[in-house]
Design a protein around this ligand. Sequence first.
Ligand SMILES: [Fe+2]
Length: 534
Amino acid sequence: MTAWDFSHRRAATAPLNRRDWHRMALSLALAPWCALAGAQSGAKPSASGPRWQADPFGLGVASGQPRPDSVVLWTRLRISEADAALKGQTLSVVCEVFADAAMRQPVRQWTVQTDARRGHSVHVVATGLQPARPYWYRFVCGTAHSPVGRARTTPGVNDAVDRLRLALASCQHYEQGYFLAHREMAQRDLDLVLFVGDYIYESSNPQHLLRPHQGGVPKLLDEYRERHAQYKSDADLRACHAAHTWLMTWDDHEVVNDYANDLDRHFTDAQVFLRRRAAAYQAYFEHMPLRLGPDPVNRSQMRIHDRMAWGRLADVWTLDCRQYRDHHACPDPNRGGGRVVMGCDALADPARSMWGAAQEQWLNQGLLSSPRRWKLVAQSTQMSSSGVNTPLGRSAFTDGWDGYPQARAQFLNSVAQAGVPNVVVLGGDVHMNVAAQLRVQPNDERSPVVASEIVTTSITSRGLGEKLLAQIRESNPDILHARSDERGFTVLDVRPDTLQAEFVTTPYPVRPDSVFKTQAQYLVRSGVPGLQKV
Ligand SMILES: [Fe+2]
């Protein structure tokens, strides 16, 4: 990797205030991306390199995993048949970073090589940046240039910061709706997008088929690549990546529904399944702005869990609920995966884990030592109980946290015992907005509230029916709010004294002309565990 450093020009760059930044953000979000890139000046792309017959940058650009001095910048060249001769070549891609939206103040540029072994993906860890400010970037390869993206760095880890605004999102089944929520997020004034899983879906539901997946259920690397590429063919998803820096983790559908560690729901031999998991993880990495890809020694392993500080205001953990979990308790031997059970003794086993021992320990140590005001624990699914009381006993859905109740109690107990204040658990997966109190003993008023939970509804994926949801509400007084009928995202407005969650939704089905509104808002006050309705 070679770099040309334009840092001597940085002095000319005055820090942007929030209003300037938002104005530029809006103008950028509303601009036609390609035209903008073509119109700007800045570092000259290399005239050498391939002469493209078709645009290789159709999958867009993205930024992620920010730090005070760096951010990951991503693109992937998609080489069409018109340029087939380039498919086997190693290609040089220039990544240019600018300090201004007009792209007249170059900061740095990098030249990286990519080839077919990594799906022609490009990951640049842009370093040497200043904290708490936006940057604009694009990629150039021969005669082609990418759309422009905007990235931002985090504040210095010990800086006093008065605000973090992030959008929490998950579950975007391509077939079940348009990505209007991404269009809406792209145009909003946000510091980050936090996506907590089910970015792609491997499977189809013929009952809800607004726009079909291409190809069958992916199992091989090229098949997962095609699925990711189809999702990124959506202009609204590309716009949201280009407009904001993302934090992300995955859930199951990035590989296959209801997988647990090395086991799928068909009880496939672990070595066979791990080859599929390796292909899915590789394709995921190739399409995301991530610092780390699959482990070079064991390609079926990939670390995605991470921790990001936002000044002294917040720590954000993004956790992995799939790769390290124990297998489902009491599975149906004919079906596998998660199911609704009653009277499953394995649920009482204190050794069963959702995060795996190493990740649990890493999280607990981080939580206990964090000097930051807010501790946001982002993970894939709903932590509060959603069991239903029946004449035969209480039900538990074994794929969610109700399938790992001892691990949940141990986590919340460690928060309670250490007196860690201001823990807010964030999740997705269940295709409904949930606001809930978290207690060591769920729904037991004698067990104090120790943390708060906000779960976001899906971008598109269909939610539970109202009849079952009413039973869930009835059986779980800790759930203050549960709505599965609308799609959207959740804006978290984090300030030193309060954290406010706004469920931003549009009625199902998602239509191209849908309008977003506030479904409900909940507030946490610093030092007071639990949510209040606003
Ligand atoms: Fe989902």
